[in-house]
Design a protein around this ligand. Sequence first.
Ligand code: FAD
Ligand code: DHB
Length: 391
Amino acid sequence: MRTQVGIIGAGPAGLFLSHLLFREGIDCVVLEARSRAHIEGRVRAGVLEQGTVDLMRELGLDARLRRECMIDNALDIRFRDGLIHLDLPALSAGKCATIYGQQEVVKDLVAARLADGAPIAFEAEVAALDGIETAAPAIRYRVDGRDETLACDMIAGCDGFHGVSRGAFPPGALTTYDRIFPFGWLGILSESPPIREMTYINHAHGFALCSRRSPRVSRHYLQVAADEDPDRWSDARFWDELAVRLGAGAGELVTGRIFQKGVTPVRSFVAAPMRHGRLFLAGDAAHIVPPTGAKGLNLAIADVRVLARALVEFFRTGASARLDRYSDTCLKRVWKTVRYSTYMTRLLHRFDADSPFDRQLQLAELAYVAGSRTGQAMIAENYVGLPFEDE
Ligand code: FAD
Ligand code: DHB
């Protein structure tokens, strides 16, 4: 098989890239290791920046989103000494965030691509990349028990943190930056109406977050040990602990059946540069950020906007200037996002190694934000999404 752009991975990065290229008439094939049912059922992020929603609209992929999403006009932070209420549009020139589950985005993008008659090979696991330093790279993968090769002009490694693309860089070509936080997030989905606002909580027991997916489905998180076994958390234990951390007022927290549960690591990782020869990394394949701030999915999409534009320029004109600055352009946003996600993580979690001095600093930072429009605006403008680089 042969194509112009071989895309490894049908997560948000690979799927958005495939649509951005398709609309410009550039041929691509998406190779995905897992089944369609698996990727459509994988519960992950749920907060979309304005730019992500705008891109879905531009691509004509937002019909179901507009019907089913929830608009987030505010973000609350509760802490020992009070409540910070961020009015997002007032603090960010009219912008807001949109709640719509990542797996719903994936379902919409898969359905639209297949309806376009464009290929996604499911259960096609990429094993190796050949010739990435040449003008004729190739992807070796296994499907239906057979070994196949996809010849292409360019390869987009959109295969997530555990994919193979990053490992295809030659030794010494990548610098990696890594910070692993000493805790994880236990996330649940429940059949229960959400509380009024998206609420982040700094509590002496640890961080908690009350989010939602729909008027009848809540998404909540608790800070737990990094190696926590989710099965140690019965529904009753989860609800009791969340009520304590939230400081729930009477009737505020409605409980319900928990139907999904999992622990997510809290980690930053950046690999640079994001390109070697004809291989371009995008999304989690190149970087992950702590979940505090809900940026991972949005950052993946910001990468492929830049990549699509650069590939279009290359295939139309032969010019490689945008491809040459792809990595530098993306890394600017990546590091700003690492900064923001680290700030929010530091602000809101319990750090067991903290001294009493550190804890006072954390409370002072919260008190500063509570009383400062500038402090609040910094959080709000990052939460709704910074302007794109390289417009
Ligand atoms: P992925 O979504 O990981 O997609 C990569 C795809 O590549 C996968 O479908 C995978 O099956 C495929 N693949 C891997 N290896 C191969 C191979 N060898 N051959 C072919 N295909 C391959 N972000 C938030 O903003 N908020 C959250 O609450 C949040 N929660 C998360 C919870 C979990 C458990 C995880 C893992 C991530 C979470 N994230 C969250 C981060 C966010 O989901 C990711 O940033 C986002 O999925 C990145 O998209 P991606 O397309 O780069 O990678
Ligand atoms: C959600 C996830 C996040 O990481 C976050 O900061 C806010 C909300 C969510 O899954 O809804």
